[in-house]
Write a new protein. Sequence first.
Length: 200
Amino acid sequence: MSKGKDKADKDAENGGTPKQGGMIKLVLGAVLLLALGAGGAYGAYAAGLFGDAGGHESPDQPRLVRKGEEEPYPLPGAGKEQDAPAPVYGEGGSKYRTAYYSFEESFTSNLADSPGLIQVELAVSTRRDGRVLQWVKNHELAIRSAILAQLAATTEAEVYDVAGKQRLAQRLTKAVNGVLEENEGFGGIDAVHFRGFLVQ
């Protein structure tokens, strides 16, 4: 009996040819690599999804600032008379400080489907570091445009209703964050506040 025939008979008894055994090892190796890769990808996804739950934030994004902690970035208007008024810090129940920025000029717009006018004086607040309020100041022109568009889309019925005013404040917050996300890649404004509200 030849050596090649003995090897072929032995492989047949073991359930396959040498080529099939090599192919099975190759397929098993590929499946193992895919499983490990998928597990690693899921791990990275889960770490990104749940990373903030452990208090870890991306170093390039504005971070939450605790009360009493020194502000890591300069705030607009702080110590400069020609700039906007310095932000005021809230002392509420949150462990994070709240910084406010007031727009110097009021916003005036027509109301939707109405001859009425709305004029509001606004401020924004954030619990994040000073970069967010610097961005608000830097992109104030684009933010003003977004706010005026939202005011023009507001109906007269909304401005006379408390719930309508709350919805308007939420829409304005979303509009401000939209401008910041588009220009800086991160929003960070927690709320828009009415300092003055006039309808005529």
